[in-house]
Design a protein around this ligand. Sequence first.
Ligand code: FAD
Length: 418
Amino acid sequence: MSTTATSVVDIDAAGIDAWLDANWDPDLPVRAWWARLATDGLANPVLPPPFGRGWPRSRANDLARAMVTRGALGPPAGLGMMLAAPTLLAHGSTELAERFVPRILDGEHGWCQLFSEPGAGSDLAGLQTRAERDGDEWVITGQKVWTSLGQWADYGILIARTAPDLPKHRGISYFVFPMRQDGVEIRPLREMTGRALFNEVFIDEARVPHDHLVGELNDGWRVANTTLMVERSSIGGESVAAPSAAIPGTISGHLDRPAGSFANDVPVLGEGMVGPGRVKSLIALARQNGTIDDPTIRQDLMRLHTMLEITDWHIGRMKSGNAATGGEGNLAKLRNSDVTRLAREVAGRILGPGATLTGPDAPSGGRLQEMVLFSPAPSIYGGSDQVQRNIVGERALGLPKEPGPDRDTPFRDLPANG
Ligand SMILES: Cc1cc2nc3c(=O)[nH]c(=O)nc-3n(C[C@H](O)[C@H](O)[C@H](O)COP(=O)(O)OP(=O)(O)OC[C@H]3O[C@@H](n4cnc5c(N)ncnc54)[C@H](O)[C@@H]3O)c2cc1C
């Protein structure tokens, strides 16, 4: 089998299994396997052509399941696929989308999200990182934090203040930011899982070409809201793809490894996510150690399964254009926090004292332990549970806005962190 060309099998005519029979080969380098997926619009098949195939979510789900069944490496995962691609397609120029999205889909570029700052998380519009125009470029200075996968990113989606004289939501712009340049220092932060998923990023007069602006100048808050909406519904369970432990981009060194060599590695975003696969592994573990006979454990496993099914219907309704409130993504993210907390409690009861052990010799190879240690994170990233509730209250239920600084006061006149 050639390592570069995709086979000529038309997946819509021949079916998913025929396409995988002809194309999946564990000996292919990751780069070649991902190129095959991307060339046939299967890296993210729900995207419209030419990037995807315009498939409904259910068909993308069928592909993901078929890939898991045969142990095929999933498409490039991470923040390029989850956040940058949909935002560029919604707000970027045609030139920006055509330049960057294909390299996200074939995994050649890794991406990160440069939004949060030490003084701007929930109050993201209070960000201090500034961008100043210098001819055809912007000069960026500031500090970002909690930048997941930043240490392996070729590019970041970055928001920075371009007009401090305008009110805080109206003077922000959104850029495609090249990470590998002078003036960018990335310091990994270790979490209690033992892994360093996220980083501090110090930016000192780094440069961005003007044509990397996404959307209009000073309209970055609107663009960022698209990213945040996509992020919340993705965390809530919208994305469907087979899992991948290969980190996209030129820095991790994964592109040249055989695609079949990742079968036992940790997925790109760690072991923290709780989806149907995790519930199945909890059920298998409970069967194995006999705790399945405990009716309260059985009941909670069923509750977990039910919560995930309902979330899936909820997302399906949202995707079919029948969203009733506009807060569906926020609700899905809140539900994900509940699912994670319940999974953590059940895992603890199934494993007993074994839940405190980490490492490959521990029960479940340490995977559930990592999920337990990671479990506080989903109720924080992508906007905390409290912030999701504020948004649902204000935007979906029409409740009065929280008191805060005057939305018409120029940013430079606001008290710092006010
Ligand atoms: C694992 C992980 C990965 C992350 N990855 C990224 C990333 O890749 N890129 C990125 O840009 N950011 C990332 N983040 C940052 C994340 O978006 C922020 O942590 C989050 O938005 C909260 O901001 P903060 O940490 O500054 O907390 P704060 O905003 O200081 O909030 C502290 C507490 O106060 C509460 N609070 C604050 N304001 C209100 C309010 N108005 N009403 C009610 N309660 C409120 C919050 O709910 C929270 O409990 C990540 C975070 C985590 C945990």
